[in-house]
Design a protein. Structure first.
Length: 186
C-alpha cells in the first residue's frame, strides 16, 4: 500500500476484498470464524464490537493475514506482546489463539510476541478510531514502532512469554481436569 494511504482507506479496501461490510462487521449481531472450509458463527457481543477496529488495524499494520491457522495466531502473539488495554475480549480471544499457536506455530508465535513487546499498543492510544483512521498507514506504523526487523529479546520478554505459555497450557488442562472430575462424580 502507498505510504500516504490512510488507515480508513486501507480498511475500506481490506473489507471489500474480504467480503466484509464497511465497518468490518462490528455492528453485526453475529460474526464468523473460518477454519478451512468450516464457518462457525458466534454472537457478536459489545465487547468484541469495540475491539474489531483495533484488531483489524493491527492486521494491516503488521501485515499478518487473517487465515485462522497463521495470521490470526501471529496477531494474537503480537497483540498479547503489545497489550490490549482495557479490551478484555481481545485479551480473551488472543489468549485462546496463543494456545493454538503454541501447538501449530510456536516459533512464529514467539517472534510475533517479541515484535509486539517492542511496540506500543493501538488499543491504548488516546485518539478515537475515527481520528486514528485519518492517519497514513506508514505514519501510524512508525508511531507504534512496528518494524520488519526482529529486535533482540530480553529476559523480561522471555519471562512474559513463558508466563503466557504456562497459562495457555494450564487453563485448558485445568478445565479438562475439572470437567472429568465433575463427570466422574455423577
Amino acid at each position: 500500500m502507498l505510504s500516504n494511504t490512510t488507515l480508513r482507506e486501507a480498511l475500506r479496501e481490506y473489507y471489500a476484498k474480504t467480503g466484509l461490510p464497511p465497518d468490518g462487521g462490528a455492528e453485526d449481531e453475529w460474526f464468523s470464524v473460518h477454519i478451512g472450509p468450516l464457518a462457525l458463527r458466534f454472537p457478536n457481543p459489545p465487547a468484541r464490537r469495540r475491539a474489531v477496529f483495533f484488531h483489524d488495524a493491527n492486521h494491516l499494520l503488521t501485515g499478518y493475514d487473517t487465515v485462522f491457522s497463521k495470521g490470526e495466531i501471529l496477531i494474537a502473539g503480537y497483540e498479547l506482546g503489545s497489550g490490549c488495554g482495557s479490551y478484555w475480549f481481545a485479551w480473551l480471544i488472543n489468549f485462546l489463539m496463543f494456545g493454538v499457536g503454541l501447538l501449530v506455530r510456536p516459533r512464529e508465535l514467539y517472534r510475533a510476541f517479541l515484535r509486539g513487546r517492542h511496540c506500543r499498543s493501538l488499543y491504548e492510544r488516546i485518539e478515537s478510531p475515527r481520528v486514528m483512521s485519518e492517519l497514513p498507514l506508514a505514519a501510524l506504523r512508525a508511531q507504534v514502532g512496528i518494524t520488519d526487523t526482529l529486535r533482540p529479546n530480553g529476559v523480561a520478554d522471555s519471562l512474559l512469554f513463558s508466563v503466557w505459555m504456562l497459562a495457555a497450557v494450564a487453563v485448558p488442562a485445568g478445565a479438562l481436569f475439572a470437567s472429568l472430575h465433575w463427570l466422574a462424580s455423577k
